[in-house]
Write a protein that binds this ligand. Structure first.
Ligand code: CA
Length: 219
């Protein structure tokens, strides 16, 4: 079993390497998000242990990019409890499991082994909404069986709505999560424009405006 450990804290990285090697794994280390993404793309890993707060490229961005490239290597995210994100964020971005620092090594090992056991069918489930169908594995979208061509951003916006069908989503959240804006560089108007594109391609009733709050997927 070959593992990639992406961790910028050298002491933590070395401790993990020592422990996991002793438990029979082959371990490669990457000290930042860019290096981690490059190694993970090489595709020879059975699982990736991915820290969230990394210099260069966050763990979230790494897992999001892997999934957008149709790379389904099992990913366990590791993050400090007091970080700006929570567990749901990591799983939304495509991580398979999530561990909070500080953790017990024995717990990590058990969760990692469970993760490796479940990998019989790593293909993600297709998302459906009425006669709309989105396949995260192929990034294909169909409406009543007809293929619909979406830009990358339109696709990611639609996927986000389909993954959160039961609640109102604010423009700020969409900017953070779909545009990775974290409050800089984009206007809320950007979201309106892209929601408009989706309505034009997929039907004006798909996404409802909730005045003063945001949007929600129509029921
Ligand atoms: Ca870190």
């Amino acid at each position: 079993m070959r593992l990639l450990v992406v961790e910028d804290e050298a002491r933590m990285a070395r401790a993990l390497e020592r422990g996991l090697t002793a438990d029979g794994f082959t371990v490669d280390l990457a000290g930042n998000g860019v290096a981690g993404l490059a190694r993970a793309r090489e595709g020879q890993y059975d699982a990736v242990l991915l820290d969230v707060m990394l210099p260069g490229l966050s763990g979230y961005e790494v897992v999001k990019r892997l999934r957008s490239e149709d790379n389904w290597v099992p990913v366990m995210m590791v993050s400090a409890k007091d970080g700006p994100y929570d567990q749901a964020d990591g799983l939304d971005y495509g991580a398979d499991d999530y561990l909070t620092k500080p953790f017990d090594y024995v717990v990590l090992l058990a969760r990692l082994r469970a993760l490796l056991r479940r990998q019989s069918d790593p293909r993600p489930p297709v998302l459906n909404h009425a006669d709309l169908c989105l396949d995260p594995a192929t990034r294909e979208v169909t409406l009543a069986g007809e293929a619909v061509a979406l830009s990358r951003r339109e696709y990611e916006l639609l996927e986000f709505f389909l993954r959160h069908p039961d609640r109102v989503i604010t423009k700020t959240e969409l900017l953070d999560r779909v545009w990775d804006a974290r409050g800089v560089g984009y206007e809320p108007n950007t979201v309106e424009v892209y929601v408009g594109y989706l309505r034009r391609k997929l039907g004006s009733g798909l996404i409802a405006t909730v005045r003063g709050a945001g949007y929600r997927l129509a029921r």
